[in-house]
Ligand binder design. Structure first.
Ligand code: ADP
Length: 264
């Protein structure tokens, strides 16, 4: 058994709304294991993004929160951007259009790893190579609009892992991409986890996409954690009817295994 990085205990979150409150998470218990890939699966509105915001302590100030998140795998409370990296659905949301790609990655390394600019640029170039951006030295000088959607997402991943976080949260990182590029990005995340030892929390509504690489899955429905456990067990022998329904309606059993292929 691997070490627990974060332990979510009896977590409930509600948002204040004009008509009262919306429950976004209800009494959730969930462990995030160090170095493992946890897929958080559920339909839109089931509470997945709220979970990510709660983990990173970025919920809106007026959200009502009960329960606890403990970090036995860290010596201190996590700092977003340093101990926890984020990748969002739209890389445009995390990349600055007026800064070169090199500047954006180097800035993170400078701020969080204490590198000087030169060292930070060498680190940035290395990261672009790791996320398989062709001609990384030239790409350092490029701007986001000069890249394809898939390449922008690769750069956003490089920015997210630049401070060598212990946890990478990817919130629907492939939803805006076409199917082939989706699989390439998932495959890239999968490899980065193996290489770096960071944990990955992969949020998706697509159970088929998650089933190819997750070590563990957590299925959410209407703010509740319906089922969680090792991916092969939950996906082959779900104990809850809702999980079975998701699997039957989404998994294409003919889907080939993930292979990291051509550039996105
Ligand atoms: P998911 O990521 O699975 O789509 P969310 O965590 O975004 O789900 O949302 C869970 C519930 O909380 C939904 O009913 C959503 O409408 C509500 N919600 C999310 N963010 C807010 C907010 N800032 N204010 C009010 N309600 C919100």
């Amino acid at each position: 058994m691997s070490a627990v990085l974060a332990e979510i205990e009896n977590l409930s979150v509600a948002y204040r709304t004009e008509n009262g409150r919306t429950a976004a998470l209800s009494q959730v218990d969930l462990a995030i294991e160090a170095g493992k890939r946890l897929a958080v699966i559920g339909e839109s509105g089931s509470g997945k993004s709220t979970l990510a915001l709660a983990i990173t302590d970025l919920l809106p100030n007026d959200a009502l929160v009960e329960g606890e998140i403990a970090w036995p795998g860290l010596p201190h409370l996590p700092a977003p951007g340093r101990d926890i990296g984020f990748v969002f659905q739209d890389p445009g949301a995390s990349l600055d259009p007026v800064l070169s790609i090199g500047e954006q990655i180097a800035e993170v390394a400078k701020n969080h790893l204490g590198f000087g600019w030169r060292e930070a640029y060498i680190h940035a170039c290395d990261l672009l190579e790791r996320v398989r951006i062709p001609q990384p030295e030239a790409a350092l000088r490029a701007y986001p609009h000069q890249l394809s959607g898939g390449q922008r997402q690769r750069v956003a991943i490089a920015v997210a892992i630049a401070a060598q976080p212990k946890l990478l949260i990817a919130d629907e990182p492939t939803s805006a991409l076409d199917t082939i590029v989706q699989r390439e990005i998932v495959s890239l995340l999968d490899r980065l986890v193996s290489e770096s030892g960071m944990a990955l929390l992969f949020i998706t509504h697509d159970i088929a996409l998650a089933s190819g690489f997750a070590d563990a899955v957590a299925v959410f429905h209407e703010s509740r954690l319906v089922e969680a456990g090792a991916a092969d067990e939950v996906l082959s022998r779900p104990s809850r009817a809702y999980t079975r329904l998701l699997i039957d309606s989404h998994i294409d059993l003919a889907t080939p295994p993930l292979i990291e292929g051509a550039q996105a």
